[in-house]
Design a protein around this ligand. Structure first.
Ligand code: HEM
Length: 145
């Protein structure tokens, strides 16, 4: 039960960041300014899914791995503060700020700078979460993982 919750929350968080990232890049390359503003607003609402999912993934993981000496679990545990910190200190403020700027049609230097930081922070979290998924699947004994 806890493990199912862990996997569901972890994959929800991973897919949310992936969706935010891909929709941002594609709309900013191909879309109009009003479409960009719409996507930025949708991503801001998406935080209501991402933040709890990340918290549940971390809490259930910590619960399952309590008292462990297994290196793969410890590696996952050590990555979690970076995933959470990156999310709370960079992604969340960036998403909210970009939504504000886009909603008033301000796509100047500040938008581009914050957008670049957000994309890099998103990629870092996707990479760290991919490592946690890989280690999680190995722990669960999934062949080939
Ligand atoms: C956002 C971060 C995380 C992601 C994306 C993630 C992802 C996953 C995935 C995909 C599995 C596979 C389960 C399966 O295939 O059945 C798993 C299992 C597991 N995870 Fe995580 N995880 C994260 C954080 C953590 C943390 C912080 C810990 C511990 C401190 C942890 C501990 C575990 C353990 C112990 C299992 C194996 C459960 C078993 O024995 O089957 N995870 N995780």
């Amino acid at each position: 039960m806890i493990r199912r919750l862990h996997v569901a929350a972890a994959l929800t968080a991973f897919l949310a960041i992936l969706t935010f990232w891909l929709s941002t890049v594609s709309i900013e390359l191909l879309g109009t300014e009003s479409q960009i503003a719409l996507i930025k607003e949708a991503i801001a609402f998406g935080l209501f899914l991402l933040v709890p999912a990340l918290a549940v993934a971390g809490a259930t993981g910590a619960y399952m791995g309590r008292g462990t000496t297994d290196q793969r679990i410890l590696a996952k545990k050590h990555r979690m503060p970076f995933i959470a910190g990156n999310g709370i200190l960079i992604l969340v403020p960036a998403v909210i700020y970009l939504d504000r700027l886009a909603s008033r049609g301000d796509f100047g230097t500040t938008f581009v700078t914050v957008q670049s930081i957000e994309l890099v922070a998103g990629l870092v979290n996707l990479a760290l979460m991919s490592l946690n998924i890989r280690d999680g699947m190995r722990l669960a004994g999934h062949a080939g993982a």
